[in-house]
Design a protein around this ligand. Structure first.
Ligand SMILES: Cc1cc2nc3c(=O)[nH]c(=O)nc-3n(C[C@H](O)[C@H](O)[C@H](O)COP(=O)(O)O)c2cc1C
Length: 271
């Protein structure tokens, strides 16, 4: 009869245990992948909705307090398209659903170097194409807002967010950052709802030039372009101002916003 605690037996038990555990871990990863993807999508939808203010308008609470079905209901207001940033044109037939910004950024064919920008976001590249979202009441073709993905450096890393612009294509509806590394209580105050709320109604352009501003210190409430600075976080504040100006400039969504404003004007006046 073989020895139970022989060297070979110990090795065999260890090997079997390794195989069983690795099978369990990899099966869990495969089985949970669809759920993980669904949660990532839900998270992205909540962030887009947060910038639009729709959840507040319809339910009086932020999207983080909504149920999955309420998010789905509000999500029927949102549709997405791919936009060529250089021309500002929507790419007809573009596959917006499978677009991934970080993949586009790391592909030298699908992104361009940012060289000598007028507004420095501290990033080396930007995608050639971005996925923008449109807010329309279900059953209506009237565009109420566009939601633009934006990013740029703060103090500790890149801030990623969404900028929602009202149908005049120059008035800010809202801003939200879904990923950043700024310090809680300092630069991390970009997430403070009271600070974010100040952006609603501020203008992106002064006489056609990007003009959104984060003051050092408090802003005059009647200033059409500026909000309060984040105290003790001048670098984050400057980063937010730079990214808003960059993405509203001709290097970012400027051409797209002009095209949209023209299109909506033509639709409205029927000219
Ligand atoms: C631990 C620590 C964390 C900080 N985090 C931030 C931050 O998130 N954003 C920022 O702009 N400045 C941050 N600062 C401050 C900057 O280093 C810098 O002093 C500041 O931006 C200057 O702005 P002020 O003139 O408003 O003080 C931090 C400083 C320390 C010591």
């Amino acid at each position: 009869m073989p020895q139970r605690d022989s060297f070979l037996n110990t090795l065999l038990v260890a090997a079997v245990l390794c195989v069983v555990c690795s099978l369990a871990v990899s099966s869990a990863a495969v089985i949970l992948r669809p759920r993980q993807e669904a949660n990532e999508l839900l998270d992205q939808q909540k962030n887009v909705l947060d910038a639009t203010g729709l959840a507040m308008g319809e339910y009086g609470v932020p999207p983080s307090s909504l149920s999955r079905s309420q998010i789905e209901e509000l999500n029927s207001w949102i549709s997405s398209e791919l936009v060529d940033l250089e021309t500002g044109e929507i790419i007809e037939g573009g596959d917006a659903a499978s677009y991934n910004m970080s993949e586009a950024l790391s592909d030298s064919e699908r992104s361009v170097a940012i060289t000598d920008p007028e507004y420095d976001i501290g990033e080396p590249r930007r995608p050639k194409v971005m996925r923008v979202s449109f807010v329309k009441q279900p059953g209506s073709e009237k565009i109420q807002q566009v939601v633009l993905p934006v990013f740029g450096k703060g103090l500790w890393g890149t801030l990623y967010g969404y900028l929602a612009v009202k149908s005049d294509m120059e008035t800010i509806q809202g801003i939200t950052f879904y990923q950043h590394k700024e310090t809680p209580g300092l630069g991390g105050e970009v997430d403070n709802p009271n600070w974010k709320r100040q952006w609603e109604g501020k203008k992106l352009y002064d006489d056609g030039e990007p003009a959104a501003e984060v003051k050092k210190g408090p802003a005059d409430k009647s200033d059409p372009y500026a909000v309060d600075g984040l105290s003790g976080a001048t670098i984050t504040s400057r980063g937010v101002q730079a990214l808003l100006r960059y993405w509203s400039s001709d290097d970012g969504y400027g051409p797209f916003l002009r095209n949209m404003a023209e299109k909506l004007d033509v639709e409205e006046t029927g000219a």
